[in-house]
Write a protein that binds this ligand. Structure first.
Ligand SMILES: Nc1nc2c(ncn2[C@@H]2O[C@H](COP(=O)(O)OP(=O)(O)OP(=O)(O)O)[C@@H](O)[C@H]2O)c(=O)[nH]1
Length: 603
């Protein structure tokens, strides 16, 4: 096979707010170009993992090479590079975009510009991409193409006079999308003679082949069998297989400038092929790697403990396997006085954490106790040492602390104007500092706040959703650590400190939180055969005390006169609860109690 002339290549992504139809449009494109025959067709071909399909989100970037005969009779190669669709993965999105020259900006014609539409557009503009506006779902009676086009022009400043109107569902307008990509997305401009320079925009672990690396060549070319070097670590590997997804993996002997492909090189560790790194030739390395390579840092942490000590080793193995496939996830052994031996795990954000926890339970059937998530804090002690803690129980004693700094995010919230008041109230309650508020259109407002990340970890998204009836969309990025007046809030059960339940709170809120948490725990921890005293403490000061009276009779005796269904329900519920109980001393504590800190404000 001859090397493809870069003039005949177009590399593009699809960017959109969640649910605006990115995956559906990708499916129609594959179908239209004959890549996925009807009988193999399954919806949302690009979302390969079951979990992603169930949740309807795209986590791992996937790419497809699409041969396409244009109206002018010429053969072209379109490389569609899929991007992850959630804020937690914005670095991965930006690296996928860096591998392209253009992007289809898909906007739902019934919804308009949302927070992640804008965030993704900015990432695309940062990467100098040609942006093609595409209005989707025009088959729906509620579509308002005129209004939405105006919104895009006003909010983004993008010329929409030639915007495409499509229905990814029916396929209407999709052929025009392909022709437009050929016309407007510039072909790649790389130098064939220059040293090899390729960008890693995705990588994952395959149990049979080791690490699979997806890359885009900027300059030079890559041969099967070649020795390559990872620029950041200078580690060298020999390519054992070079290929491309068409859409199934297909082996090739070489790839040239502008091409997108995958390689295997007996790489065992995903951290040796990080997204954003530059691949070059071991014999003749490039002097100019891709800029902005960064090792992504986890921002949210929680403890994961086996519910039985005998499950420690299996849990460790499961975590190791998950880590193989996710360079952004990390874990270290930790010991809790209350929970015993377990692991401190770090995630990019809350969604990432949920996904990992779900995968653990699903794929490895591990029984877990997860502690409430926390952010990292920077602590400076009076003797001048500064360090980061990712577990509230590690906070030194008050008298040793000079300063505690917590991470802040800058958040943009898009909301119809009737909900502005509720959003402001919520952000103020969460210690936010308003930075900006402007009308995007006469009825939609963009509110910008700086907020402590810790406050977001505690139930912010659910609250935002409920106060705006689901009409708000948001996007955020971490902007740095800032000092705050923070204290540790401890929980004691029958006088024993429960280190796994410690949280860090702002001094102004700690007292109220302590009381709310104690009350919530009283409700969550089932009554036992003896009295259970639940206390909340700040330093040595007890700020709340609740008491669960001992259980005297059989639980079912509590049920009203012989209502058998209710009785059965209660018993089933108890059984369910049993699976996730942790014996602490002699008190049985259910999983929900460890998460109690997350939803205090609703009560
Ligand atoms: N009526 C109509 N529905 C559509 C159209 N395109 C997509 N949908 C529906 O909109 C929903 C979201 O579409 P997806 O393609 O999953 O959206 P997405 O942007 O890929 O979502 P994420 O993967 O979560 O980012 C699905 O239920 C689709 O069936 C369209 O043109 N018309």
């Amino acid at each position: 096979m001859a090397m493809t002339d870069p003039k005949r290549i177009r590399n593009f992504s699809i960017i959109a707010h969640i649910d605006h139809g990115k995956s559906t449009l990708a499916d129609r494109i594959l179908e239209l170009t004959g890549l996925v025959a009807d009988r193999d067709k399954r919806d949302q071909y690009l979302d390969r993992m079951d979990l992603e399909r169930e949740r309807g989100i795209t986590i791992k970037a996937q790419t497809v090479r699409i041969p396409f005969t244009a109206a002018d009779g010429q053969e072209y190669i379109l490389n569609l590079i899929d991007t992850p669709g959630h804020v937690d993965f914005s670095y991965e999105v930006s690296r996928s975009l860096a591998a392209c020259e253009g992007a289809l900006l898909v906007v739902d014609a019934t919804q308009g510009v949302e927070a992640q539409t804008l965030a993704n557009v900015f990432l695309a503009l940062d990467n100098d991409l040609e942006i093609i506006p595409v209005l989707n779902k025009i088959d729906l009676p509620s579509a308002e193409p005129e209004r939405i086009l105006q919104e895009i022009e006003e909010a983004i400043g993008l010329d929409c006079s030639e915007a495409l109107m499509v229905s990814a569902k029916t396929g209407d307008g999709v052929p025009e999308v392909l022709e437009r990509i050929l016309r407007d997305v510039p072909p790649p401009a790389g130098a064939k003679e220059a040293p090899l320079k390729a960008l890693i925009f995705d990588s994952w672990y395959d149990p049979y082949q080791g690490v699979v690396v997806l890359f885009r060549i900027l300059d030079g070319f890559m041969n099967d069998g070649q020795r390559i070097q990872m620029f950041s670590s200078k580690k060298e590997f020999e390519i054992t297989q070079l290929g491309m997804f068409a859409p199934e993996p297909q082996r090739v002997n070489y790839l040239g400038p502008g091409e997108v492909g995958f390689l295997f090189a007996s790489i065992k560790d995903l951290t040796d092929a990080r997204v954003g790194d530059t691949i070059t030739a071991a014999s003749n390395p490039t002097a100019t790697p891709f800029p902005d390579f960064k090792k992504i840092q986890p921002m949210v942490f929680c403890g994961l403990y086996p519910s039985e000590p005998s499950q420690y080793e299996p849990l460790k193995k499961s975590l190791e396997r998950l880590q193989l496939n996710d360079a952004a996830f990390n874990f270290d052994p930790e010991t809790s006085q209350a929970l015993g031996f377990g692991f401190r795990c770090g995630f990019l954000g809350l969604l990432h954490m949920e996904i990992i926890q779900e995968r653990l339970e699903r794929e490895f059937q591990a029984q877990l106790i997860a502690t409430a998530p926390s952010v990292a804090y920077q602590v400076t002690t009076i003797d001048g040492a500064t360090f980061t803690i990712d577990n509230p129980s590690e906070l030194p004693a008050r008298e040793q602390i000079e300063e505690i700094a917590e991470p802040y995010v800058r958040m943009e919230i898009h909301v119809p104007n009737e909900y502005v008041g509720s959003v402001l109230t919520l952000c103020e309650e969460k210690r936010g500092i308003q930075k900006d508020m402007r009308y995007m259109t006469s009825s939609r407002v963009i509110i910008t706040y700086e907020l402590p990340f810790a406050e977001i970890v505690f139930d912010f998204f659910d609250r935002l959703k409920s106060v705006t009836r689901g009409f708000a969309s948001m996007d955020y990025e971490v902007i740095g650590f800032f000092p705050a007046d923070l204290v540790k809030l401890d929980i004691l059960i029958n006088g024993e400190p429960m280190d796994a339940m410690s949280t860090i709170a702002h001094r102004d809120k700690a007292y109220h939180r302590g009381r709310a948490l104690a009350l919530k725990l009283k409700r969550t921890i089932p009554r036992q055969l003896f009295e259970v005293i639940i206390q909340a403490a700040i330093g040595n000061k007890i700020v709340a005390k609740e008491r669960n009276a001992p259980l005297r009779k059989n639980v079912t005796a509590k049920c009203y006169g012989g209502d058998i269904t209710r009785k059965r329900k209660l018993l089933e519920k108890q059984k369910e609860g049993k699976r996730r109980m942790k014996q602490m001393g002699n008190v049985e504590i259910p999983q929900e109690a460890f998460m109690a800190a997350l939803s205090l404000d609703e009560d």
